[in-house]
Design a protein around this ligand. Structure first.
Ligand code: SF4
Ligand code: SF4
Length: 382
C-alpha cells in the first residue's frame, strides 16, 4: 500500500521537552501488542498495567499504564521524572506528535505541550524519527480500517442527500477564515449555524454572505458558558480538562453546582480545591488585535487537520445524516473556536486578566488543544 503521509502541520515548529513538566504522563498511554508482551514478561513493569475502557463504559477495553491514585500521573512517574525512561512506551516517545489516520496519515502537533513553543530541535525531524520507529504494518492496517469507515460514511451521506466532498468543505471553510478573524466573526457563525438553510446547496459566496451579515445572538456568552460547563461535567477525574501554566502546576477543572472547581493535581492523584469559579464570571473576554490574529491562525490549523473533518463526520453520523454536511462541518469550526475563546477567558480568570492579548491567546491554545484533539473522530489516532 502506498502511504500518503501529511506532515505539513509540523513544518517550521520546534520542540524541547521541559524538565519536570510531565503533563503528558497524565494521559494514560496505551500499549502496542509487542509492548504488552514485553511489559508482561517483566514483574516490575507488569505491575503498572491495567485493562480498562478507553472512553467510558461500553467502549473498547485496552491495555494501558495505570495512574497513581486512579487519577494522578502514570505509576512509573516519580518526582516528575520517568523511572523507566529507556523502556517507556511508544506512545510516551511519540508525544507531542499524534498520528491521525482517515483517508491518509496526517501528523498533528499537540499544542498543549509547552515544549512545542520552547525552541530546541525541529519538530519535523523529531517526527521523522518517530515514524521510522513505527512499524509500517501498524500504519497500513490503521489506514485500511479508517479508509473503509470514511468510504462507508460517504455512502450513507450520499444516500441521505447530505454529502459534500471534503475538498469543498475545506475550500468554503478556508474562505470563511478571514470572517472568523474579525471581532464578531465567530459569534456570527455560531448564531447562524443552527437555523441556516442547507449550505451544501448554496454557492460558496452565498454561504459566506449569510454568515458575514448574520446578527450575533444576545445570549452568545451564556451559550459559551453553558456549553463549556457541560464539557467539564465529568465524574472521572482522569478525563477532566487540564492546564499546565508557566509555573508547571497541573490545574484541573470540573463543573459542580453552577461553578467550575479549579483544582491542583499532584503526581499521586491528590487533588486540592483552589477556588470555586462562578460560571457566570467567566464568559468571553475581549480580544485584542494580536489575539484575533492568533485565533485566525488556529482556525487555519483546524481547517488543515483531517481530525476536524473526522469530527464533523462523527457528528453527522450522530445526527443520523439529517443535517447537511457543510452545516455540520462549519458548525464544528464555529463551536471549536468559541470553546477556545472561552478556554482563554478561563485562563484569564485564573491569572487576573481582562483582555485576551498575545500571551493569553497562546496560553488559551495550550489549555485547549489537547481536548480539541481528544474529540471523537471517525478517523483514528494510531
Ligand atoms: S507535555 Fe511536552 S514538555 Fe511536557 S513533559 Fe510532555 S513532552 Fe515534555
Ligand atoms: S512510562 Fe514514563 S514517560 Fe511514559 S507516561 Fe509513564 S512516567 Fe511518563
Amino acid at each position: 500500500m502506498d502511504l500518503e503521509i501529511d506532515m505539513s502541520e509540523l513544518a517550521g515548529r520546534s520542540y524541547k521537552c521541559i524538565d519536570r513538566c510531565g503533563v503528558c504522563c497524565l494521559c494514560q498511554p496505551e500499549l502496542l501488542p509487542d509492548e504488552i508482551k514485553a511489559f508482561e514478561a517483566d514483574p516490575d513493569l507488569k505491575k503498572g498495567l491495567v485493562r480498562r475502557p478507553i472512553a467510558g463504559e461500553g467502549s473498547e477495553v485496552r491495555t494501558q499504564l495505570d495512574l497513581q491514585g486512579g487519577c494522578g500521573a502514570c505509576v512509573f512517574m516519580k518526582d516528575r521524572g520517568c523511572t523507566i525512561y529507556e523502556k517507556r512506551t511508544h506512545f510516551c516517545r511519540q508525544y507531542p506528535i499524534h498520528i491521525h489516520s482517515m483517508r491518509r496519515i496526517q501528523l498533528n502537533a499537540n499544542l498543549s505541550c509547552r515544549g512545542v513553543t520552547a525552541g530546541g530541535m525541529s519538530l519535523l525531524g523529531y517526527a521523522l524519527n518517530i515514524l521510522k520507529a513505527t512499524p509500517i504494518e501498524r500504519l497500513e492496517v490503521g489506514l485500511a480500517r479508517t479508509s473503509k469507515d470514511a468510504d462507508e460514511f460517504d455512502g450513507l451521506c450520499r444516500d441521505a442527500g447530505v454529502y459534500q466532498p471534503p475538498e469543498r468543505l475545506v475550500s468554503v471553510a478556508g474562505a470563511l477564515i478571514p470572517i472568523l478573524g474579525k471581532e464578531d466573526g465567530i459569534g456570527r457563525l455560531i448564531t447562524v449555524i443552527e437555523d441556516a438553510p442547507p449550505f451544501g446547496d448554496m454557492a460558496q459566496k452565498d454561504v459566506l454572505e449569510v454568515i458575514r451579515t448574520a446578527e450575533v445572538a444576545d445570549d452568545l456568552v451564556d451559550e459559551a458558558n453553558q456549553g463549556n460547563y457541560e464539557q467539564f461535567e465529568l465524574d472521572e477525574i482522569a478525563w477532566l480538562p487540564y492546564y499546565i501554566g508557566e509555573d508547571l502546576v497541573w490545574n484541573v477543572f470540573q463543573s459542580n453546582d453552577g461553578a467550575i472547581d479549579w483544582m491542583v493535581l499532584e503526581e499521586d492523584g491528590t487533588l486540592s480545591l483552589k477556588e470555586k469559579i462562578d460560571i457566570e464570571g467567566i464568559g468571553l473576554l475581549r480580544r485584542d488585535a494580536d489575539c484575533l490574529r492568533i485565533f485566525e491562525d488556529y482556525a487555519k490549523l483546524l481547517v488543515s487537520r483531517d481530525h476536524t473533518l473526522g469530527r464533523a463526520y462523527n457528528i453527522c453520523d450522530a445526527l443520523d445524516y439529517g443535517t447537511d454536511l457543510m452545516n455540520v462541518y462549519l458548525g464544528v469550526l464555529g463551536t471549536t473556536m468559541i470553546d477556545l475563546w472561552w478556554r482563554a477567558s478561563l485562563v484569564g480568570r485564573l491569572t487576573g486578566r481582562t483582555v485576551i492579548d498575545k500571551w493569553l491567546a497562546e496560553e488559551g491554545i495550550k489549555a485547549f488543544d489537547a481536548d480539541c484533539l481528544d474529540a471523537e473522530t471517525i478517523g483514528l489516532f494510531l
